[in-house]
Design a protein around this ligand. Structure first.
Ligand code: ADP
Length: 618
């Protein structure tokens, strides 16, 4: 079977249903055929088994009992072999078709969840832990897979075995048939009793497993912080606490199973003994023949042991239902519409941005941005300065519509931002993060990541040159094909930053967001990065978040933020000329750097502010 990306366009939103059985049924859309095939194969296989016992009875009573001397032994032997073959091959067919369904549904679920998760809003991700999402895309999908592979088909098998064998039993002897099933109502009752409890216990177990993966995932992501603060012991204890809770919940789940299984086993065993004894008594007093007794013994096993499994399967089904709910919870979230919007210009925007009394709050919290007004002409550099938590990142996050402003008006080229499709808007904006993220792919793939077309080598190199990273790249043995990350080279903070700049240069956006792009860079590369950034900002409207005054001195407008408001605005010279936050930071930073300079006894440091206002921006 070949790999196909487009095999399945089934929209899983259609599988959302308050009734979880209906939902699971809809998940199977497209595979119902296979599933029916699996059920019919099961019926054939089960019937073959039943007929085997009837043949046994015929053989013992009629052939060995000499009433049918006309049937040759070889024919009987052939009958047994044929039935065994039919039983085996159809059982195989059934398993194959069921697993085709189960694996197909699981693949579809995983694919849909992956896509769904990458299309959910930032607001959703703010609330949802990564571990939880990973858990739902893996372990819960697996529980649903097991439901289709084992439980649903298993229950079908049992019902079929029951019906077919009971019919055969009734045909053998009505009274015996009745005696053989007295235990079934209590087994079903016990199963239903445990069904609900196991479901709850399993749900708690899954939640805890998600909590555990969250701790693990955070620990891995924050590996540097953990080590830098020597918090391994604290982290170990945090993990151990969650691990202990998982142990308790897992134990509780197993105890439920451990209570359930023996009770249903005892009932089943008692039933069989009872049936065998009654049958034996009837055979002894001649009510039934020996052949009937032998067939009966075989058929009873065919009914009772599956019944014992029925309880088990019903109980396990509850885990499939819980997982369905957890998965559907993610599927039913609204996706962030990417292509909807009234205005879609054919070309690029000019980059004129105007905020008029824009306010914003994160879900029902206090306002984070309060009536912000600013006007950026195309190509202007706007610097945002202010203490942490004053709302700078929030403001720039409104531009690509990562979050929607809650009040006021925000226009790009005179058009309200909400009227542009997000996809178009994001294509117009380049973001350089403080700590850029590079994928574990080649450097070339990282640079061409956002372009979405084949890029000629010359273009990639030009971008890398512009970002002052070309020389570094060609110094690697594999050049642009060098792998980044765990399996390849480890790039320094400054190198990563420049690869990210090359990526943005290639994307060639009209609007640029620079989130403190030089803060984690050593002084040597800082000059290069500054130069690269300057090239990048040429002709683009740029928003620069910075912590150091000297990073913003050349900006056309400097906005000083405090508690979600702009408290000062103007050029570097204008702001220095007035008392206020800006001058305070300037003085403070100048003093610190002076002291640093003296301590290091370095004559000139490239990033020292000289106050003449002619340094490059950033
Ligand atoms: P800055 O970039 O100036 O450091 P931010 O814009 O990151 O400030 O944060 C402004 C305020 O909004 C802070 O009080 C912060 O706690 C809050 N905040 C930031 N991101 C979120 C979020 N995703 N959900 C809720 N509150 C947030």
């Amino acid at each position: 079977m070949s790999f196909s990306l487009t095999h399945d366009n089934y929209d899983l939103k259609r599988a959302i249903s308050a009734n979880r059985f209906v939902g699971l049924w809809r998940l199977m859309t497209g595979f119902h055929r296979h599933y029916f095939g699996a059920t019919i194969s099961l019926a054939v296989s089960a019937s073959a088994k039943t007929i085997t016992f009837l043949l046994l009875r015929f053989f013992v009573d009629q052939v060995l009992g000499n009433t049918r001397t006309d049937v040759p032994l070889w024919l009987i032997a052939l009958g047994f072999i044929g039935l065994a073959l039919v039983e085996g091959s159809f059982a195989f067919m059934s398993g194959r078709l069921a697993s085709r369904t189960a694996e197909g549904v699981a693949r579809r679920l995983r694919a849909y969840l992956f896509d769904q998760i990458q299309r959910l809003s930032f607001t959703y991700h703010d609330h949802t832990q990564t571990g939880e999402l990973i858990q739902r895309s893996t372990s819960d999908v697996d529980a649903i897979r097991r439901f289709f592979a084992d439980q649903a088909i298993g229950i079908g098998r049992i019902v079929l075995l029951f019906v077919i064998n009971l019919a055969a039993l009734v045909r053998l002897n009505g009274r015996l048939a009745l005696l053989s099933i007295v235990v079934i109502p209590p087994i079903v009752a016990i199963s239903v009793f445990f069904f609900k409890r196991v479901g709850k216990a399993y749900e708690k177990y899954q939640e805890q497993e998600a909590a555990l993966s969250t701790v693990l995932q955070e620990n891995l992501t924050g590996v540097r912080v953990v080590r830098a603060f020597a918090r391994q012991e604290f982290e170990r204890q945090k993990f151990e606490k969650e691990n202990w809770e998982k142990f308790l919940r897992g134990r509780r789940l197993l105890i439920m199973h451990a209570l359930f299984w023996p009770s249903s086993d005892i009932l089943c065993a008692a039933q069989m003994l009872f049936g065998f004894a009654m049958g034996a008594l009837m055979a002894i007093d001649g009510t039934i023949t020996v052949g009937t007794y032998l067939a009966y013994a075989g058929l009873v096993i065919q009914i009772i042991w599956p019944m014992r499994n029925l309880g088990r399967l019903i109980v396990q089904t509850s885990t499939g239902l819980v997982s369905y709910k957890r998965v559907i919870d993610v599927i039913s979230q609204e996706r962030e519409p990417l292509t909807e919007g009234k205005v879609r210009p054919a070309g690029d925007v000019r980059g004129e941005i105007e905020f008029r009394d824009v306010s914003f709050e994160y879900e029902s919290n206090a306002p984070v941005l309060k009536e912000i007004s600013l006007h950026a002409q195309p190509g202007q550099a706007i610097a945002l300065l202010g203490s942490t938590g004053s709302g700078k990142t929030t403001l720039v996050n409104l531009l690509p519509r990562f979050y929607e402003y809650t009040g006021g008006s925000l226009t790009l080229d005179g058009v309200e931002l909400k009227d542009y499709p997000r996809e178009y808007l994001r294509g117009q904006i380049g973001i350089v993060e403080q700590e850029p993220f590079l994928f574990s792919r080649t450097i070339r793939e990282n640079i061409t990541y956002g372009v979405g077309r084949e890029v000629p080598d010359a273009e990639v190199e030009a971008a890398a040159r512009g970002a002052a990273i070309h020389d570094v790249i060609i110094s690697f043995a594999d050049g642009y094909k060098t792998l980044v990350g765990e399996k390849g080279v480890t790039l320094s903070g400054g190198q990563k930053q420049r690869v990210a700049l090359a990526r943005t240069l290639l994307k060639n956006p009209r609007i640029l967001i620079l989130d403190d792009a030089t803060s984690s860079v050593d002084t040597e590369t800082e000059a290069e990065i500054r130069a690269a950034l300057e090239r990048l900002m040429q002709g683009r409207t740029s928003f620069i978040i910075a912590h150091r005054v000297q990073s913003v001195m050349n900006a056309d407008q400097i906005l000083v933020f405090d508690k979600g408001q702009i408290v000062q605005r103007g050029t570097h010279e204008a702001l220095l000329a007035q008392p206020g936050f800006y001058r305070q930071i300037y003085d403070l930073q100048a003093r610190i750097e002076d002291e640093l300079q003296q301590e290091l006894s370095v004559a000139v440091m490239p990033n020292m502010p000289s106050g003449n206002g002619h340094e490059p921006v950033i």
